[in-house]
Write a protein that binds this ligand. Structure first.
Ligand code: PLP
Length: 376
């Protein structure tokens, strides 16, 4: 039995995932956190930090920075200098700051995690949206769609890598193509790599956009965090990596007065996650891969439902358009399953299912999924 098999009751806690359906028999498989305890090394570090007793304003310390740099070097063969790091309380803050720091219109590719669609507008920028293509070879970038969405005023491309919700781990050739596009159009690329520790396919590796070449690095803002991989998003600890000093200063200026110090518990957890939680992480990936396979098998039982392979993340992006439902998310809720509504990602008719949960929860959820499909 795996430690991930043990259900932990989150009902009546502070969990936004579980409280959405409080008092109703609806399994919540929506927002992207997992129903697993954080790694033991992270919990130990938090206990030690609490024992200290004083919880004043905090900032990074040398062994924390070293753990981040060593993690990036070991996992992604990416050599990062300490000066390039800008600590943040979250990735969504980072996306919003990037839109304020870079003057001009913003381009992104949908379907996409909803803050990619709202951050440009909050910053008073025009949003240009291209559609990702899905043409029998899985999801991919459509270079001509990107080029026609772009205007002369576009200066920022928001990249989601790996991509939430379609689950792609972008390959080197695809990234090089994007880098060439960014170079040709003089775009800064803000690459949200929050899911980079969640590559499920054994033949895939995460390649940070900024690690492609010095030119890509120069025009990059990479956003990362231990939050998704180690299931600590409630601790609010993330960072940007910005190699170019001018761009980094613009980013820091845009943060001024708005973005608070990072939570000291998040910083303590980050060090232990990156430095001391490798075995836990490997076991998690095996567990999630098996969950992913159960979801794809369940989806295949109904010919009307479509899903491309999920290479990364614990999120399945499911096409239920052929069920002909006017409000798919409400229909699945009525059958006891709370999923994310594709409309929020810019594409109605799709649903996102979070399979980061114990197998017993997933089995029950997939039974309910099957019932909901049969009655549609
Ligand atoms: C692509 C992506 N970026 C950012 C976030 C949220 O980041 P944070 O909680 O650090 O703001 C999520 C959460 O699901 C996500 O999927």
């Amino acid at each position: 039995m795996s430690p991930f098999d043990t259900p932990i009751d989150r009902r009546g806690s502070d969990s936004i995932k579980w409280n959405r359906y409080a008092g109703r028999d609806i399994l919540p498989l929506w927002v992207a956190d997992m129903d697993f305890a954080a790694p033991p090394a992270v919990l130990d570090a938090l206990h030690r930090r609490i024992e200290h007793g004083i919880l004043g304003y905090g900032g990074p310390w040398p062994s924390l920075t070293e753990s981040v740099l060593a993690h990036l070097a070991d996992e992604y063969d990416w050599s990062v200098e300490a000066d390039w790091l800008v600590w943040l309380p979250g990735l969504v803050s980072g996306l919003n700051v990037a839109c304020r720091a870079v003057d001009g219109d913003v381009l992104t590719a949908a379907p996409i995690y909803p803050p990619f669609l709202s951050a440009p507008l909050f910053a008073g920028r025009r949003l240009q949206r291209a559609e990702l293509a899905c043409t029998g070879k899985g999801w991919h970038f459509d270079r001509s769609a990107l080029a026609s969405a772009l205007t002369a005023a576009t200066r920022l491309f928001l990249l989601c890598h790996p991509h939430n919700p379609v689950g792609r781990c972008w390959r080197r050739d695809e990234l090089l193509d994007l880098a060439a596009f960014a170079e040709a159009k003089d775009l800064v690329v803000c690459s949200d790599e929050i899911h980079c520790g969640l590559i499920l396919d054994t033949d895939r590796r995460h390649i940070p956009f900024a690690s492609l070449s010095p030119e890509a690095a120069r025009r990059s803002i990479t956003l990362m965090a231990p939050s998704k991989t180690f299931n600590i998003p409630g601790l609010g600890c993330a960072f940007a990596v910005i190699p170019d000093a001018k761009l980094r200063h613009r980013f820091e200026r845009a943060m001024a007065g708005i973005v608070p110090h990072v939570n000291v518990l998040g910083l303590a957890a980050c060090e232990a996650a990156y430095r001391d939680s490798g075995d836990w992480h490997r076991a998690l990936i095996d567990y999630l891969r098996a969950n992913r396979d159960l979801v794809s098998a369940a989806v295949k039982r109904d010919r009307r439902i479509k899903m491309e392979p999920v290479e990364a993340t614990y999120l399945a992006w499911v096409d239920v358009r052929e069920l002909g439902l006017s409000h798919p998310a409400a229909h699945f809720e009525a059958h006891g399953l709370g999923l994310s509504d594709g409309a929020d990602f810019g594409t109605p008719g799709w649903l996102r299912l979070n399979f980061g949960c114990p197998r017993s929860t997933l089995d029950e959820a997939l039974n309910r999924f099957g019932n909901a499909c049969r009655t549609a």
